[in-house]
Design a protein around this ligand. Structure first.
Ligand SMILES: Cc1cc2nc3c(=O)[nH]c(=O)nc-3n(C[C@H](O)[C@H](O)[C@H](O)COP(=O)(O)OP(=O)(O)OC[C@H]3O[C@@H](n4cnc5c(N)ncnc54)[C@H](O)[C@@H]3O)c2cc1C
Length: 382
């Protein structure tokens, strides 16, 4: 599997134009990093997974993982745009030729932003099959009614991939059947049945809740077959988990680098704090855990690229990498002492940002449940 050093260097050079001051100012006002996302788009980094036939670079998932890891490693935040990398897979794999021709070349140039992914709902949470948003067929349109929550980047995206129930649940039916994926063109929809409300969170993540009030979506925007949407979304989840894991590895590297540098420079009691094993060892342990998680990310990537279905490895990579970044964040703030809490060092901001990956896009408990059931053969717990 390639390391993509050339891509890593180029992304690092781009990220150097967006230093801590840039992110701090946005964080203070909870503003979207539009210039950063535009720069990534113009440089072609957000379209590397789009096949060449649709004007992307057609590179494998490990190239996308290299891009996202380097963004985080540089202290930037790919959360503003990472969804395009994985939501697009649903369209590439299951969209019709006409849909791909219509959207992908424009997504590649940045004319269309495909950053919003509407799955989670307030009442169903992780239990996706229990979602309540419906899309009822009416002539040549679906009429969508319901609500999504945590639809990130909805205000900064032109298109949304929406999962809604198109066939009502009946007795004996699997609850993940009867769901369909629709492409919602939000440029036309906002104010015509679609309302977006931002949610303020502990980090700057541009997340929202979205309300559908008889929104009309043309039938031609249905991806693949009606009722099979849950499978299409599932088929993209390995990629999603692996890419988020790569981001967490980037975060962990940033924290470890920051902590090591600070531990060498900060002198207390007449010597560098990093001379104390009480400071060294937690950093060294965080490093070892990051490297172990990185190996799992690589294993998941190589299985994925060999056309396998690395459900277990993708889940483990995500969990271990999120744990590694969380540990490194904690160690970094401890190494900085009081200064870790001061905005100007970026540690507290990154600490808040990386915490998310214990919960989203899949929480640690659900990964453990997956491993228990599907790898260890233990009884399903829910
Ligand atoms: C900032 C942010 C951005 C997000 N962006 C998006 C997005 O763009 N699109 C989207 O669709 N969603 C998005 N999400 C939603 C995210 O995927 C969910 O928050 C996550 O999957 C957890 O679901 P929940 O919040 O409903 O938690 P719940 O399902 O309510 O679970 C709450 C807690 O209970 C635990 N739990 C639940 N069931 C079990 C069980 N059976 N066994 C053990 N523990 C259990 C969970 O692990 C969790 O810790 C985002 C969330 C956040 C916070």
């Amino acid at each position: 599997m390639e390391h993509y050093q050339d891509i890593r260097d180029a992304v690092a050079r781009l990220c150097a134009r967006f230093p801590g001051e840039y992110w701090r100012a946005l964080d203070r006002d909870m503003t979207y990093p539009g210039e950063f996302v535009a720069a990534l788009t113009q440089a072609g980094w957000l379209s590397i997974l789009i096949p060449e036939a649709y004007d992307g670079s057609g590179l494998p998932l490990s190239a996308a993982a290299a891009v996202l890891e380097e963004i985080q490693r540089a202290g930037c935040n790919g959360g503003a745009c990472h969804a395009q990398m994985y939501t697009m897979g649903t369209l590439v794999r299951h969209g019709s030729e006409a849909q791909k021709q219509r959207y992908l070349p424009k997504v590649a140039t940045g004319e269309l932003r495909l950053q919003a992914f509407g799955v989670t709902e307030p009442s169903s949470g992780t239990d996706t099959g229990a979602l309540k948003t419906t899309a009822r067929l009416d002539g040549d349109h679906f009429v969508v009614k319901g609500q999504k929550i945590w639809t990130s980047r909805a205000e900064h995206s032109d298109l949304m991939l929406l999962l809604a129930r198109t066939t009502p649940l009946k007795d004996g039916m699997k609850k993940t059947d009867g769901l369909s994926v629709l492409i919602v063109d939000m440029r036309e929809a906002v104010g015509n049945g679609l309302t977006i409300r931002p949610i303020r969170t502990m980090m700057n993540h541009a997340t929202t809740e979205v309300f559908f009030d008889d929104l009309r979506v043309p039938v031609e925007n249905l991806i693949g077959e009606e009722g099979k949407g849950f499978r299409y979304i599932l088929s993209g989840m390995n990629a999603e988990r692996i890419l988020i894991a790569a981001e967490c590895i980037g975060d962990a590297k940033w924290f470890i680098e920051k902590a090591s540098t600070y531990a060498k420079e900060r002198h207390v009691f007449g010597r560098a704090i990093g001379q104390n094993q009480g400071i060294q060892f937690p950093i060294a342990r965080a490093y070892a855990n990051m490297r172990a998680a990185e190996l799992m990310v690589r294993q998941a990537l190589s299985l994925y690229e060999a056309g396998k279905n690395p459900g277990a490895e993708a889940n483990m990579a995500k969990m271990l990498a999120a744990d590694a970044s969380n540990e490194a964040a904690n160690v970094c703030i401890q190494t900085y002492g009081g200064f870790g809490f001061a905005e100007e060092y970026d540690v507290e901001r990154k600490f808040r940002e990386t915490r998310l990956y214990q919960v989203a896009p899949i929480s640690t408990n659900l990964i453990l449940s997956y491993l228990s059931e599907h790898v260890l053969g233990l009884p399903r717990s829910y």
